[in-house]
Design a protein around this ligand. Structure first.
Ligand SMILES: [Zn+2]
Length: 210
């Protein structure tokens, strides 16, 4: 799990979805939550950049390092989704841009529908690291596998680190497509009927994971 998180961190930085010491990653590992430390550079993580947390008594076991200041938000995600194995929080530019316009992201392509469902909701701005953000993220993730945080970034979950990373990449790609299309005109998005047909073609494969 930690090796996968290290690799995911490198890929997120390579893709330009976090800068400096922003963003944080976590996973379920041997009954605990393992999360990046506060101030870690996601592009060059090592084993010592991770902190182990007991989710029932969220105290960290080492005196140092301190866990990411977004620990509460990650714990909220795991509370909302018992099957989730990994949570990624990043600051993808196009996702943030779309959020500034007050827009959520509808399903634009069959791929989006398969991996992210009908729509990725936008959570109105809440200050980072707060209990309010934890509560709102936890609530939103009960019916979505990715959410946009207005004036901030994105949170995605997965049954594996790879699935969470795929969702993050897809979310950012589709946000870029949607912004370009909105700038040029009035984009067509997948209709309810389109999604019903996709459901039929794939025999349920395209059904939104909740
Ligand atoms: Zn952030």
């Amino acid at each position: 799990m930690i090796e996968q998180l290290i690799e995911a961190g490198r890929r997120i930085v390579d893709a330009g979805m976090v800068k400096g010491w922003a963003g944080n990653l976590s996973g379920r590992f041997q009954g605990k939550i393992v999360i990046t430390r506060s101030g870690a550079d996601l592009g060059s993580l090592t084993q010592s950049d991770f902190v182990f947390i007991n989710p029932r008594t969220p105290q960290w076991e080492q005196r140092l390092p301190q866990p990411s200041s977004e620990l509460a938000m990650h714990l909220g995600a795991y509370e909302a989704r018992p099957k989730t194995q990994a949570v990624i929080h990043a600051h993808p530019a196009h996702v943030i841009s779309l959020g500034l316009l007050g827009r959520s992201l509808p399903a634009l392509t069959p791929d989006f529908y398969l991996h992210l469902g009908r729509t990725t909701p936008l959570l109105p701005y809440i200050a980072p690291t707060t209990e309010n953000l934890k509560t709102a993220v936890s609530l939103a993730l009960r019916s979505a596998t990715a959410i946009m945080l207005q004036n901030h970034g994105a949170v995605v979950v997965g049954k594996s680190v790879g699935q969470a990373l795929l969702r993050l990449n897809l979310l950012e790609e589709q946000a870029a497509i949607y912004l370009a299309a909105l700038a040029a005109g009035d984009p067509r998005v997948l209709s309810k009927e389109d999604m019903q047909i996709l459901d039929r073609i794939a025999g349920g494969k395209y059904k939104r994971e909740t």
